[in-house]
Design a binder for this molecule. Sequence first.
Ligand SMILES: Nc1ncnc2c1ncn2[C@@H]1O[C@H](COP(=O)(O)OP(=O)(O)O)[C@@H](O)[C@H]1O
Ligand SMILES: [Mg+2]
Length: 285
Amino acid sequence: MAKERKKHIICIANQKGGVAKTTSTAYLGAALARLHRHVLLIDSDPQCNLTYSLELEPPQLDFCLENNLASVYESGQPVEEALVSIRENLDLIAASPDLVMTEVTLDSQPDTLSGEPERLLNRALAPIANRYDYILIDCPPSQGMLTLNGLVTADWVLIPTLASVISLTGLERMIEQIHEIVQGEPPLNPNLKILGVLLTKFRKDRTVEIELEERLRSLPEEFTVFKTVIPDRSQFELLGELKAQTGKHLLDLSMVSYSLLPYLTLAMEIEKMLRQRSWAQSAGT
Ligand SMILES: Nc1ncnc2c1ncn2[C@@H]1O[C@H](COP(=O)(O)OP(=O)(O)O)[C@@H](O)[C@H]1O
Ligand SMILES: [Mg+2]
């Protein structure tokens, strides 16, 4: 029987687009896999950017066209049948453009689906969740039903954001949605916690970004900002073009690659954080 693992389900969410949700999901997943953790990536965005960024082989891509998150939602397909093994430590549940219609169905005709519309992902993942150390869910740039399913399923939410005034407004809305999920009547997911806010595409040569970072770090505890900051890199190895650029797959990048390195640091920060929280919990603090 497969070893039971201590899964951590992390939703990577922010209703703002372009803040590096997908990039962070892919690179953090690759970093955790490089640290020998068993990782499942879930592409929950109809744009399918995560699915394409992993540069699957043609037979795997063909498989994903038929077996993906939309088929799990819409036809109740067992999630096990939609798993794609990318490497030993890294699996994927792909997205499909059909997720656009899935979201409409979840919103307007939930009766046609079997189960509460905001809990379908949670229920679907239950049989396989314990096989993984980490399940990372890449959310679309909206607060709709696909994001809600991710947040209802997760233990943690990681919020990537740019250090710009407009992005911080988006961050407030994200935190309001999390409060509603945790404290609503009844709460949709009382266990959901903010793992941290991740500053992405950060430019330390811009005073405005440094000032915003300081402001964020001085906010109360629930806004924990990761010590690791993801720098803006013109040399960033673009997902979906890695093979063309470097001849390598995401998981074959050197440990000191421009793009992977900050995410390895983030992966280690997250592991330390989760260890400390589980000690604190078991000590009853
Ligand atoms: N650290 C970075 N430096 C430079 N460009 C980045 C960085 N992280 C992501 N990008 C680029 O920013 C764009 C948006 O990233 P993406 O991950 O698709 O955001 P989201 O999923 O939030 O919409 C992509 O073109 C991506 O390659
Ligand atoms: Mg995205």
